[in-house]
Design a protein around this ligand. Structure first.
Ligand SMILES: [Zn+2]
Length: 320
Protein backbone atom coordinates (compact mmCIF):
# COMPACT_ATOMS: atom_id res chain seq x y z
CA UNK A 1 0.00 0.00 0.00
CA UNK A 2 1.54 3.34 -0.97
CA UNK A 3 1.68 6.26 1.47
CA UNK A 4 -1.88 7.57 1.08
CA UNK A 5 -1.31 10.53 3.36
CA UNK A 6 0.90 12.04 0.64
CA UNK A 7 -2.21 12.38 -1.55
CA UNK A 8 -4.65 13.49 1.14
CA UNK A 9 -4.81 17.22 0.30
CA UNK A 10 -6.53 16.82 -3.06
CA UNK A 11 -7.41 19.90 -5.11
CA UNK A 12 -11.21 19.68 -5.33
CA UNK A 13 -12.18 20.35 -1.71
CA UNK A 14 -12.61 16.63 -1.04
CA UNK A 15 -9.71 14.73 0.57
CA UNK A 16 -7.85 12.30 -1.68
CA UNK A 17 -9.43 13.52 -4.92
CA UNK A 18 -7.31 15.22 -7.60
CA UNK A 19 -8.43 16.79 -10.85
CA UNK A 20 -6.27 17.97 -13.73
CA UNK A 21 -7.54 19.76 -16.83
CA UNK A 22 -5.72 20.14 -20.13
CA UNK A 23 -5.98 23.31 -22.21
CA UNK A 24 -7.19 21.23 -25.16
CA UNK A 25 -10.75 19.94 -25.01
CA UNK A 26 -11.40 16.26 -24.49
CA UNK A 27 -13.37 13.78 -22.42
CA UNK A 28 -13.66 13.79 -18.64
CA UNK A 29 -11.96 10.59 -17.49
CA UNK A 30 -12.29 9.39 -13.88
CA UNK A 31 -10.13 6.74 -12.23
CA UNK A 32 -11.22 5.28 -8.91
CA UNK A 33 -8.92 3.31 -6.60
CA UNK A 34 -9.56 1.78 -3.17
CA UNK A 35 -13.34 1.46 -3.47
CA UNK A 36 -12.45 -1.49 -1.25
CA UNK A 37 -9.80 -0.56 1.32
CA UNK A 38 -8.00 -3.90 1.16
CA UNK A 39 -7.36 -3.75 -2.61
CA UNK A 40 -4.10 -1.78 -2.96
CA UNK A 41 -3.49 -2.27 -6.73
CA UNK A 42 -5.48 0.82 -7.75
CA UNK A 43 -3.68 2.95 -5.17
CA UNK A 44 -0.34 1.69 -6.52
CA UNK A 45 -1.32 2.86 -10.02
CA UNK A 46 -2.73 6.27 -8.97
CA UNK A 47 0.23 6.88 -6.65
CA UNK A 48 2.59 6.30 -9.58
CA UNK A 49 0.60 8.59 -11.89
CA UNK A 50 0.55 11.39 -9.30
CA UNK A 51 4.18 11.03 -8.21
CA UNK A 52 5.35 11.21 -11.81
CA UNK A 53 3.39 14.40 -12.27
CA UNK A 54 1.62 13.08 -15.37
CA UNK A 55 -1.10 15.32 -16.75
CA UNK A 56 -3.77 14.97 -19.45
CA UNK A 57 -2.84 16.18 -22.94
CA UNK A 58 -6.55 16.64 -23.66
CA UNK A 59 -9.66 16.74 -21.49
CA UNK A 60 -9.84 16.16 -17.74
CA UNK A 61 -8.64 13.57 -15.28
CA UNK A 62 -10.36 13.03 -11.94
CA UNK A 63 -8.30 10.70 -9.75
CA UNK A 64 -10.00 9.44 -6.59
CA UNK A 65 -8.80 7.29 -3.72
CA UNK A 66 -12.32 6.26 -2.74
CA UNK A 67 -11.94 4.79 0.75
CA UNK A 68 -8.51 5.62 2.18
CA UNK A 69 -9.91 5.44 5.73
CA UNK A 70 -10.62 1.72 5.24
CA UNK A 71 -7.22 1.27 3.62
CA UNK A 72 -5.64 2.74 6.77
CA UNK A 73 -7.66 0.35 8.91
CA UNK A 74 -9.91 3.15 10.17
CA UNK A 75 -6.99 5.02 11.77
CA UNK A 76 -6.63 8.59 10.53
CA UNK A 77 -3.78 9.42 12.90
CA UNK A 78 -0.81 7.46 14.18
CA UNK A 79 0.29 4.19 12.62
CA UNK A 80 -2.09 2.70 10.05
CA UNK A 81 -3.99 -0.45 10.97
CA UNK A 82 -4.36 -3.40 8.61
CA UNK A 83 -6.46 -2.45 5.57
CA UNK A 84 -10.10 -3.54 5.61
CA UNK A 85 -12.63 -3.87 2.77
CA UNK A 86 -14.90 -1.25 4.40
CA UNK A 87 -15.59 0.36 7.78
CA UNK A 88 -19.41 0.43 7.93
CA UNK A 89 -20.83 -0.75 4.60
CA UNK A 90 -19.49 -2.07 1.30
CA UNK A 91 -18.91 1.14 -0.68
CA UNK A 92 -19.52 -0.56 -4.01
CA UNK A 93 -23.14 -1.35 -3.08
CA UNK A 94 -24.16 2.23 -2.25
CA UNK A 95 -24.40 4.01 -5.61
CA UNK A 96 -28.14 3.62 -6.32
CA UNK A 97 -29.14 7.01 -4.91
CA UNK A 98 -25.87 8.83 -5.61
CA UNK A 99 -26.37 12.15 -7.37
CA UNK A 100 -24.01 14.07 -9.59
CA UNK A 101 -25.64 17.48 -9.10
CA UNK A 102 -24.81 19.95 -6.35
CA UNK A 103 -21.53 20.74 -4.70
CA UNK A 104 -19.27 17.91 -3.60
CA UNK A 105 -20.61 16.80 -0.22
CA UNK A 106 -18.68 16.78 3.00
CA UNK A 107 -18.67 14.17 5.70
CA UNK A 108 -20.04 16.70 8.20
CA UNK A 109 -23.55 15.85 6.98
CA UNK A 110 -25.28 13.09 8.90
CA UNK A 111 -25.33 9.79 7.06
CA UNK A 112 -27.02 7.18 9.25
CA UNK A 113 -25.73 4.41 7.03
CA UNK A 114 -22.15 5.23 7.91
CA UNK A 115 -18.84 6.51 6.67
CA UNK A 116 -18.92 4.90 3.21
CA UNK A 117 -22.34 6.47 2.51
CA UNK A 118 -20.92 9.89 3.42
CA UNK A 119 -17.92 9.35 1.17
CA UNK A 120 -20.13 8.25 -1.76
CA UNK A 121 -22.11 11.50 -1.39
CA UNK A 122 -18.85 13.48 -1.43
CA UNK A 123 -17.43 11.65 -4.44
CA UNK A 124 -20.60 11.48 -6.55
CA UNK A 125 -20.47 15.00 -8.06
CA UNK A 126 -16.83 14.44 -8.99
CA UNK A 127 -17.00 10.97 -10.56
CA UNK A 128 -20.59 10.68 -11.85
CA UNK A 129 -19.86 13.51 -14.28
CA UNK A 130 -17.19 11.44 -16.05
CA UNK A 131 -17.55 10.41 -19.68
CA UNK A 132 -15.25 7.45 -19.10
CA UNK A 133 -14.58 5.78 -15.76
CA UNK A 134 -12.15 3.07 -14.65
CA UNK A 135 -12.74 1.49 -11.24
CA UNK A 136 -9.67 -0.48 -10.07
CA UNK A 137 -10.17 -3.57 -7.88
CA UNK A 138 -8.57 -6.89 -6.95
CA UNK A 139 -9.88 -10.32 -6.02
CA UNK A 140 -9.88 -12.74 -3.10
CA UNK A 141 -8.84 -15.68 -5.32
CA UNK A 142 -5.73 -15.99 -7.56
CA UNK A 143 -7.82 -15.62 -10.73
CA UNK A 144 -6.37 -14.14 -13.92
CA UNK A 145 -7.26 -10.45 -14.24
CA UNK A 146 -10.59 -9.54 -15.87
CA UNK A 147 -12.70 -6.53 -16.75
CA UNK A 148 -16.32 -6.35 -15.56
CA UNK A 149 -18.49 -4.34 -17.93
CA UNK A 150 -21.99 -4.90 -16.52
CA UNK A 151 -24.64 -5.20 -19.25
CA UNK A 152 -23.91 -1.90 -20.97
CA UNK A 153 -23.00 -2.34 -24.66
CA UNK A 154 -20.83 0.81 -24.43
CA UNK A 155 -18.83 -0.64 -21.54
CA UNK A 156 -18.50 -4.00 -23.26
CA UNK A 157 -17.17 -2.31 -26.38
CA UNK A 158 -14.70 -0.26 -24.32
CA UNK A 159 -13.45 -3.34 -22.41
CA UNK A 160 -13.00 -5.26 -25.67
CA UNK A 161 -11.11 -2.38 -27.29
CA UNK A 162 -8.92 -2.05 -24.17
CA UNK A 163 -8.19 -5.82 -24.40
CA UNK A 164 -6.11 -5.68 -21.21
CA UNK A 165 -7.06 -7.68 -19.11
CA UNK A 166 -7.64 -10.42 -21.68
CA UNK A 167 -10.93 -11.50 -20.10
CA UNK A 168 -14.10 -9.39 -20.24
CA UNK A 169 -17.06 -10.43 -18.08
CA UNK A 170 -20.59 -9.09 -18.69
CA UNK A 171 -22.69 -9.43 -15.55
CA UNK A 172 -25.69 -7.97 -13.72
CA UNK A 173 -24.02 -6.61 -10.61
CA UNK A 174 -25.32 -7.42 -7.15
CA UNK A 175 -28.80 -7.83 -5.70
CA UNK A 176 -27.69 -6.25 -2.42
CA UNK A 177 -26.80 -2.82 -3.80
CA UNK A 178 -25.61 -0.91 -6.85
CA UNK A 179 -21.99 -0.77 -7.99
CA UNK A 180 -20.56 2.48 -9.31
CA UNK A 181 -20.30 1.05 -12.86
CA UNK A 182 -24.02 0.19 -12.79
CA UNK A 183 -25.15 3.74 -11.91
CA UNK A 184 -27.61 5.05 -14.55
CA UNK A 185 -25.01 7.64 -15.58
CA UNK A 186 -23.04 4.72 -17.05
CA UNK A 187 -25.66 1.98 -17.60
CA UNK A 188 -28.62 3.87 -19.16
CA UNK A 189 -29.28 2.60 -22.69
CA UNK A 190 -29.49 6.10 -24.15
CA UNK A 191 -26.76 7.56 -21.92
CA UNK A 192 -23.28 8.66 -22.87
CA UNK A 193 -21.15 7.72 -19.83
CA UNK A 194 -19.11 4.51 -19.95
CA UNK A 195 -17.64 2.71 -16.94
CA UNK A 196 -15.67 -0.49 -16.46
CA UNK A 197 -14.34 -2.27 -13.38
CA UNK A 198 -10.91 -3.88 -13.63
CA UNK A 199 -10.20 -6.85 -11.34
CA UNK A 200 -6.41 -6.81 -11.46
CA UNK A 201 -5.58 -10.11 -9.72
CA UNK A 202 -5.39 -11.32 -6.14
CA UNK A 203 -5.42 -8.63 -3.43
CA UNK A 204 -1.86 -8.83 -2.20
CA UNK A 205 0.14 -10.09 -5.20
CA UNK A 206 2.52 -7.63 -6.83
CA UNK A 207 1.26 -8.46 -10.33
CA UNK A 208 -2.08 -6.87 -9.41
CA UNK A 209 -0.31 -3.51 -9.06
CA UNK A 210 1.45 -4.07 -12.40
CA UNK A 211 -1.84 -4.95 -14.08
CA UNK A 212 -3.51 -1.84 -12.61
CA UNK A 213 -0.69 0.43 -13.83
CA UNK A 214 -0.55 -1.10 -17.33
CA UNK A 215 -4.37 -1.14 -17.57
CA UNK A 216 -4.51 2.48 -16.45
CA UNK A 217 -1.95 3.62 -19.04
CA UNK A 218 -3.82 1.80 -21.81
CA UNK A 219 -7.19 3.13 -20.61
CA UNK A 220 -5.91 6.73 -20.58
CA UNK A 221 -4.27 6.23 -24.00
CA UNK A 222 -7.50 4.80 -25.43
CA UNK A 223 -9.41 7.85 -24.14
CA UNK A 224 -6.85 10.00 -26.00
CA UNK A 225 -6.37 12.11 -22.87
CA UNK A 226 -2.87 10.69 -22.36
CA UNK A 227 -0.40 11.73 -25.02
CA UNK A 228 0.35 8.69 -27.25
CA UNK A 229 4.13 9.13 -27.08
CA UNK A 230 4.03 9.27 -23.27
CA UNK A 231 1.88 6.13 -23.20
CA UNK A 232 4.41 4.33 -25.42
CA UNK A 233 7.27 5.38 -23.11
CA UNK A 234 5.43 4.26 -19.97
CA UNK A 235 4.54 0.90 -21.53
CA UNK A 236 8.13 0.40 -22.75
CA UNK A 237 9.40 0.97 -19.18
CA UNK A 238 7.46 -2.10 -18.05
CA UNK A 239 8.27 -4.09 -21.23
CA UNK A 240 4.63 -4.08 -22.32
CA UNK A 241 3.71 -3.92 -26.00
CA UNK A 242 1.79 -0.85 -27.17
CA UNK A 243 -1.21 -2.99 -28.06
CA UNK A 244 -2.21 -6.12 -26.13
CA UNK A 245 -1.12 -9.35 -27.89
CA UNK A 246 -4.59 -10.85 -28.39
CA UNK A 247 -8.27 -10.06 -28.55
CA UNK A 248 -9.98 -10.60 -25.17
CA UNK A 249 -12.29 -13.50 -24.35
CA UNK A 250 -15.78 -12.25 -23.49
CA UNK A 251 -17.89 -14.17 -20.96
CA UNK A 252 -21.62 -13.54 -20.54
CA UNK A 253 -22.70 -14.39 -17.00
CA UNK A 254 -25.89 -16.47 -17.02
CA UNK A 255 -26.13 -17.66 -13.41
CA UNK A 256 -25.32 -16.08 -10.05
CA UNK A 257 -24.97 -18.83 -7.44
CA UNK A 258 -25.86 -17.75 -3.91
CA UNK A 259 -25.18 -19.83 -0.80
CA UNK A 260 -28.41 -20.93 0.86
CA UNK A 261 -26.55 -22.46 3.81
CA UNK A 262 -23.39 -21.77 5.79
CA UNK A 263 -21.98 -25.10 4.58
CA UNK A 264 -21.31 -24.12 0.96
CA UNK A 265 -18.19 -25.99 -0.21
CA UNK A 266 -16.60 -26.24 -3.64
CA UNK A 267 -15.57 -29.76 -4.65
CA UNK A 268 -12.08 -28.40 -5.42
CA UNK A 269 -10.36 -25.07 -4.89
CA UNK A 270 -11.35 -23.15 -8.03
CA UNK A 271 -9.38 -19.96 -8.66
CA UNK A 272 -11.61 -18.44 -11.32
CA UNK A 273 -11.95 -18.50 -15.13
CA UNK A 274 -11.78 -22.30 -15.28
CA UNK A 275 -13.67 -23.70 -18.26
CA UNK A 276 -15.65 -26.81 -17.34
CA UNK A 277 -16.24 -28.97 -20.43
CA UNK A 278 -19.47 -30.84 -19.62
CA UNK A 279 -22.93 -29.90 -18.41
CA UNK A 280 -23.86 -31.59 -15.12
CA UNK A 281 -20.35 -31.46 -13.63
CA UNK A 282 -20.53 -31.12 -9.85
CA UNK A 283 -19.00 -27.81 -8.72
CA UNK A 284 -20.07 -27.47 -5.10
CA UNK A 285 -22.34 -28.69 -2.33
CA UNK A 286 -24.56 -26.19 -0.54
CA UNK A 287 -25.75 -28.26 2.41
CA UNK A 288 -27.48 -31.09 0.54
CA UNK A 289 -27.98 -29.06 -2.66
CA UNK A 290 -25.69 -30.01 -5.54
CA UNK A 291 -24.42 -27.14 -7.70
CA UNK A 292 -23.68 -28.37 -11.23
CA UNK A 293 -22.66 -26.74 -14.50
CA UNK A 294 -25.86 -25.90 -16.43
CA UNK A 295 -24.26 -26.30 -19.87
CA UNK A 296 -21.11 -27.44 -21.67
CA UNK A 297 -18.01 -25.19 -21.70
CA UNK A 298 -19.13 -23.26 -18.63
CA UNK A 299 -16.79 -20.59 -17.19
CA UNK A 300 -16.50 -19.99 -13.43
CA UNK A 301 -16.06 -16.32 -12.52
CA UNK A 302 -14.64 -15.16 -9.17
CA UNK A 303 -15.41 -18.04 -6.79
CA UNK A 304 -15.61 -16.87 -3.17
CA UNK A 305 -13.56 -18.48 -0.42
CA UNK A 306 -15.70 -19.71 2.50
CA UNK A 307 -18.99 -18.03 1.49
CA UNK A 308 -21.72 -17.61 4.08
CA UNK A 309 -25.48 -17.92 3.63
CA UNK A 310 -26.88 -15.23 1.31
CA UNK A 311 -23.53 -14.41 -0.32
CA UNK A 312 -22.74 -14.77 -4.00
CA UNK A 313 -20.42 -17.77 -4.24
CA UNK A 314 -19.58 -17.84 -7.94
CA UNK A 315 -20.91 -16.60 -11.28
CA UNK A 316 -21.30 -18.97 -14.23
CA UNK A 317 -21.01 -17.81 -17.80
CA UNK A 318 -20.72 -18.69 -21.46
CA UNK A 319 -18.04 -17.50 -23.85
CA UNK A 320 -19.70 -14.91 -26.09
ZN1 LIG B 1 -13.20 -4.70 -4.93
Amino acid sequence: MPDLRAHRAGNMGVPHVWRFEAKIEGPHVAVVALMHGNEPCGAVALDRLLRRGLRPARGTWTLAFANPDAALGGRLFGPAGPPVRYLDRDMNRLWAGARADGAPGTSSAIFPQGREQARVAALAPLVLTADLLLDLHSMQVPSPALTLCGRSPRARDLAVRLADPGWVVADDGHADGMRLIDHPRFSAINGTGTAILMECGQHTVQTAGTQAWRGLIRFLALSETLDAATARTLLAEINAPVTPPAAPVVVDVTHLIQAETDEFTFVRPFQGLERVASAGTLLALDGKRAIETPYDDCVLVMPTRAPRRGQTTVRLGRIG
